[in-house]
Design a protein around this ligand. Structure first.
Ligand code: ADP
Ligand code: G6P
Length: 465
């Protein structure tokens, strides 16, 4: 089995995304928190990564990227329709996020999900060395652990879900429910962002498959499957390092100047996703402008909204609604040359994001539901000046850890407005104290610790045959 890897990551996306341009192929960083968090862990293990390169019908030969061996998996246009846009992002994503938009169900999508999961399992089985550790990730690949175990009983298999795991009543809506649960139970260790999610999972195993559990260990036909909470994190040193450079300091000042030197710069950075609460953030801002609590040009909102899943209906309609609302606020409150809201539907480099974080007085992270939310953690890490203030939804996993943020219930618009105003008017010493406490927490709860704590428990599990 030479050339095979002892440590294999399997995720729907590779860390890089293929862009096909008129001058050929270009690779750029893939969107989303999974790739941000997992890349340093995969690099540290000199691992292999099995995933999709982001373009239809393209699967280049395996290649090395920043110390990771990448193994592209091909998805056809039909796979992208049924597996990615359909079952993954129109059924599972909304269902697991509290059904904040109604999930859609379609039998052809279930078939596509099975077929593509089998392809990933086959690719992982080919890449993994005898007795290797294979770590499967996220909601797109929940059938892979059992499929892989059937092919390669010698492997130690872990699974981590980056998004919330729903309560039993919601999960039971899913036509593929028993298959998905059996798929996950193919792993030796199933990890979640939150304790509540891990508890939902073990209770579901009894409810749906009548399996017995003790503590957080489920008995699956005599095999012990563990479940647990492993809150994911960032590499805070990366943001600290960037924020300490002259280049970023200068760029942060330049951003404020370009925005007309507002007294208060409010920032939002999200994928353009309906779970992120971008609309309610705009609503809160508009109401505060309407009643005169906030004014332009003293206050400016910059909303960075990374393009995401643009062919999925809920995302298309969200974009229309957000852009209409931005236009409405700007129509009512902008001055010539000074918009109330700067809306940027683009991806940025890590350096530009760091500069934006350093420039912002208040960061608004207001998801209706979010597994973790790494943007909140990145903002805190970037504020090496101990300035800035974080408004954070109680419904983001990060709220369990960043207790010194200005927490709010995103379903209560007055609470969001209240938290925003508290953050804007926090005194310098209170603001500094909050930032320092959150930074200390992040330094000891970084992504390296997340990876190690999961993999240590996985190594201690019964493992392969
Ligand atoms: P999700 O995984 O749902 O997208 P997270 O907040 O956990 O949400 O992670 C988002 C990741 O994507 C963060 O690492 C953030 O820095 C990055 N990101 C968000 N917006 C942009 C953007 N416009 N350009 C580049 N990276 C972005
Ligand atoms: C979230 C999910 C990831 C996903 C990312 C980007 O972070 O947990 O699994 O890769 O969003 O979404 P996309 O659909 O573009 O892969």
């Amino acid at each position: 089995m030479t050339g095979r890897s002892a440590f294999v990551v399997v995720a729907n996306r590779l860390p890089v995304d293929e862009e096909v341009t008129s001058d050929g192929r270009r690779w750029r960083a893939s969107p989303g928190g999974l790739v941000t968090a997992l890349s340093p862990v995969a690099r540290a293990h000199r691992g292999a990564w099995v995933g999709w390169g982001g373009a239809a019908d393209s699967a280049p030969e395996p290649f090395d990227h920043e110390g990771i061996r990448l193994h592209p998996v091909r998805l056809s246009t039909a796979d992208i329709d049924g597996f990615y846009e359909g079952q993954s992002n129109s059924t599972i994503w909304p269902l697991y996020h509290d059904a904040v938009e109604p999930p859609s169900y379609d039998r052809t999508w279930s078939d596509a999900y099975r077929i593509v999961n089998a392809r990933f399992a086959e690719a992982a089985a080919t890449v993994a060395a005898r007795g290797a550790t294979v770590w499967v990730h996220d909601y797109q690949l929940q059938l892979v652990p059992a499929m892989l175990r059937a092919k390669r009983p010698d492997l130690r298999i872990g699974f981590f879900l980056h998004i919330p795991f729903p309560p039993i009543e919601l999960f039971m809506q899913m036509p593929l429910r028993a298959e998905i649960l059996r798929g996950l139970l193919g792993a030796d260790l199933v990890g979640f962002q939150q304790k509540l999610a891990a508890q939902n999972f073990v209770r579901l195993a009894r409810h749906l498959l009548d399996l017995r559990y003790s503590g957080m260990t489920i008995d699956v036909d005599g095999r012990a499957v563990k479940a647990g909470a492993f809150p994911i994190s960032i590499d805070p040193k990366e943001m600290e390092r960037l924020a300490a450079t002259d280049e970023i300091r200068v760029r942060a000042r330049q951003i404020r100047t370009e925005l007309g030197n507002p007294r208060t710069l409010i920032l939002g950075v999200d994928r353009l996703d309906y779970t992120k609460g971008i609309e309610l953030r705009l609503d809160a801002f508009r109401e505060l402008l309407e009643d005169g609590t906030l004014t332009v040009p003293e206050t400016t909102l910059v909303q960075v909204a990374t393009p995401s899943r643009e062919r999925v209906e809920h995302y298309e309609t969200l974009r229309t609604r957000v852009e209409r609302e931005v236009g409405r606020i700007n129509g009512d409150f902008s001055r010539v040359g000074i918009p109330a809201v700067h809306y940027l539907h683009q991806s940025y480099s890590r350096a530009e994001l760091a500069a934006l974080y350093c420039a912002a007085d208040v960061m608004m992270v207001t998801p209706l539901r979010d597994g973790m939310n790494l943007v909140a953690k990145e903002y805190v890490a970037a504020r090496i000046d101990h300035g800035g203030a974080l408004v954070l939804s109680e419904f983001a996993g990060a709220a369990n850890e960043l207790r010194h943020a200005f927490l709010c219930n995103p379903h209560d618009l007055d609470a969001v407005k209240g938290a925003l105003m508290q953050a804007i008017s926090v005194g310098p010493s209170d603001g500094r104290r909050r930032m320092q406490i959150m930074q200390r927490y992040l330094r000891t709860h970084d992504v390296d610790r997340w990876g190690r704590s999961f993999l240590e428990i996985l190594q201690a599990s019964e493992g392969g045959a």
